[in-house]
Design a binder for this molecule. Structure first.
Ligand SMILES: [Zn+2]
Length: 143
């Protein structure tokens, strides 16, 4: 039974994963607009701290956004977020292991950030020992 702190952490992680996906969509839309016209080369991305009351934006060029995404760094407004918290899952993260039904995994510290297929918006941090690596045949099928 998860405690209150675990639940708050899970919710924050879930919000963060949604924000990461929203920012990825902003990036795609921004690139289309930039090609279609001479609109501003600076775009507003959402702060990925995951706090329930955060509505902050971070102004970045597409190149700056890509640098954050490439290095899996969170986009954070000044003073927002705790960098010791696990990273959010990004759309490009691949299935590396399976637990119950199936999981989306990113290694973090001694464990992994895991997104179960039956709870896609509630990533959890799980010790590596609880996961089994994908077999080569499963790896080929991974999305
Ligand atoms: Zn924030």
């Amino acid at each position: 039974m998860p405690g209150k702190a675990d639940l708050a952490g899970d919710l924050r992680l879930a919000r963060r994963s949604v924000l990461v996906e929203v920012n990825a969509h902003i990036r795609v839309a921004a690139e289309r607009l930039a090609q279609a016209s001479s609109v501003s080369s600076v775009w507003e991305f959402m702060c990925e701290c995951g706090a329930a009351d955060c509505r902050a934006y971070v102004r970045l060029t597409l190149a700056q956004y890509d640098a954050f995404a490439l290095h899996d760094r969170r986009i954070l407004a000044d003073g927002h977020g705790d960098r010791s918290r696990p990273p959010a899952l990004r759309p490009k993260d691949r299935v590396l292991a399976r637990g119950r039904p199936a999981v989306f995994v990113k290694l973090w510290g001694d464990g992994a950030v895991v997104r179960f297929d039956d709870e896609p918006l509630a990533p959890k941090v799980v010790p590596l020992g609880q996961l089994r690596p994908l077999a080569d045949t499963e790896r080929a099928e991974a999305p």
